[in-house]
Design a protein around this ligand. Structure first.
Ligand SMILES: [Zn+2]
Length: 211
């Protein structure tokens, strides 16, 4: 039997042991209709993730959305997070079913401060988003989707109609034994995010069909 690395053991644990627990649930009336909102707390980090769902959600569209304060709250045009979030809410509202797993992993999980430092490096040193993260001592993307997979399993999913262009998200859900049917999002391009979107495509493997 080959040797198992520490990383292998950590992955094994994350695949076999849930690290999230539902701590609250209520109705949430929004501009896109009425949703159920559940809060899942992640062990060790105490991060509170959100499961927002409508109707017969296990047969609806699902998006794993990583927190982006600048985009989600301030409508930043440097990224496409807000438009992806709104596109998903609109689709769910139109279909009357679906879910968003809102993950508290800001700035591809480097945190808000370092995300803004990375923006400064992009503006002043002309680095792209990947090199800016590396310059700050991070990986290009520090996120994982184990918590998301556990939340979906907890909510009764076996098959997921995933609304994404990100191959990592597909890979993680499949690792957890979920069947994934991909529906791609259209790219939301503007003059401020075009370079960012191109970097996501060429250096991070995001599969935009229209970029
Ligand atoms: Zn964003």
């Amino acid at each position: 039997m080959p040797f198992a690395t520490v990383e292998d053991l950590v992955t094994y644990q994350k695949l076999t042991e849930s690290n999230v627990k539902r701590i609250a649930k209520a109705k949430l009336q929004t501009e896109y209709g009425e949703f159920d909102i559940s809060i899942y707390k992640e062990a060790y980090t105490n991060k509170e993730h959100v499961f927002l769902s409508m109707g017969d959600f296990t047969n609806g569209l699902v998006r794993l959305h990583s927190e982006c304060l600048t985009g989600d709250v301030f409508f930043s045009r440097r990224c496409d997070c807000n438009s992806q979030l709104r596109a998903t809410l609109k689709k769910i509202s139109q279909e009357g079913r679906g879910a968003i797993v809102y993950l508290r992993q800001e700035g591809r999980d480097i945190g808000l401060g370092d995300k803004i430092k990375a923006y400064a490096l992009q503006q002043n040193e002309h680095l792209d988003t990947v090199d800016a993260n590396l310059e700050l001592g991070h990986k290009d993307d520090e996120r994982n989707y184990h918590q998301a997979a556990w939340i979906l399993k907890e909510e009764g999913f076996k098959t997921v109609r995933l609304y994404t262009n990100n191959p990592d998200k597909i890979k993680y859900l499949q690792m957890h034994g979920l069947e994934v049917k991909v529906e791609k999002l259209p790219a939301s391009v503007n003059e401020f995010n075009i370079d960012y979107l191109k970097t996501k495509k060429t250096r991070m493997g995001h599969d935009f069909f229209d970029l």
